[in-house]
Design a protein around this ligand. Sequence first.
Ligand code: ATP
Length: 421
Amino acid sequence: MIIINILHIGIDDTDSPDGMCTTFLASQIINKFEYNGIEIIDYPRLIRLNPFARFKTRGNGAVGLKILNDGNGDLAKKIVLDAVEKLSMFDCDNTNPGVIFYEGEITKEMENYAFRAIYEFITIEEAEEFGNSVGCEIHKFKKGRGIIGSIAAISLPLSDCTFELLTYRASENYGAKRRIDYESVYKMDKETFPDTFENIDYSEDYIAIEPKTPCPVLYGIRSNTVEALKKAGDIVQVSEPVVDWCIFKTNQHTDMHIQKTTDISSMNQYGCYEVEGEVKNKPKIIDGGHMFFHIFDESGEIECGAYEPTKNFRKTVSYLRPGDIIKVYGGIGEQNTFNIEKFKVIKLNDIEYKNPICKCGKRMTSAGKNKGFKCKKCGNKIQENEKVPIKITRFLKNAQFYETPVSARRHLSKPLCRMNL
Ligand code: ATP
């Protein structure tokens, strides 16, 4: 039996809102590996973790690399640690890089740890204790918070995955407006969607492949396949230098953050879930443009929110009415409100109860509590107190999914175009 020695490398928390990106650092490391003949196995991984993690810079992403450890392990480690030392944004209080090295197979307990890093909060101490217990070599810079994500980045099983092509800018252009030919982005979307996705938000005329931060990324294209990325990358035109590019294997847009639950009451703050419930009240918009309503089941109830950045999705949500049964997908945030990423209509309440129609054709009005109905036109009175059920036309459809627009989509959220509906 041939035993292949693999060295797993996890890197996280190297960037700040003012610059850098851990993926860029990884691509620099990969270049050095290639230059030194270090064999990289599989695509580098970009793993998104708990969207509610407190110290995230943007999308809570960590990077994992796998190399063949055939005597080059020490050199590889030196390249990684030197790059983190040289490129991390150490001046930022919230930048606390962590690097881990791990030799061998990823164990079940490491996989479980990775899911915990998506579902829950983990402390630096917990991560360190866990890493030591499974034999990780741990390197902490400053507080070393990055080790939390680094261990998860190498450990997460990717039963479903997507790919992202990231291109990088020349350093003199960092912070300047990106020179991307938007027409070519529309062309790329037309020719490669749905193999690529999240390129453009047509409702907002928003180019989603272009970051809005001063980081080294010029653009990022997301896809189900590497082939589609290559085609897409050839179509997109830019008028500034692309100094490097890298394709990452990711858990983006897989819904890996969503835990299935049958009870509303079993959900916890900062967790992400899929749960079914009955709409309790008509969705209402409040100051700031956020829209709220409640759903309930036998175990309890929760407020659901479609926030202002979800734009037209709020209009869709506004069509819900009490009695509708829906399944919501999303997470419970700061205010203990369920932040909806998408919902599925299980059963619409298409019955409305109205006053009866009089024999003269006019709808009757109430004659007072328990006094039946009266007709204002012909004076007719009936003793019957019950309103009559009327089938109404609904804008929403049974069994249909409705999702937030691209511009408001979470990295982990699975878009409908990936759901084989
Ligand atoms: P970018 O997406 O631009 O790379 P980011 O949003 O990934 O930035 P980081 O700089 O990586 O932000 O910071 C996130 C921090 O949160 C890291 O230190 C990471 O280890 C930590 N972290 C990740 N998951 C968890 C978790 N489940 N619990 C607690 N901390 C976490």
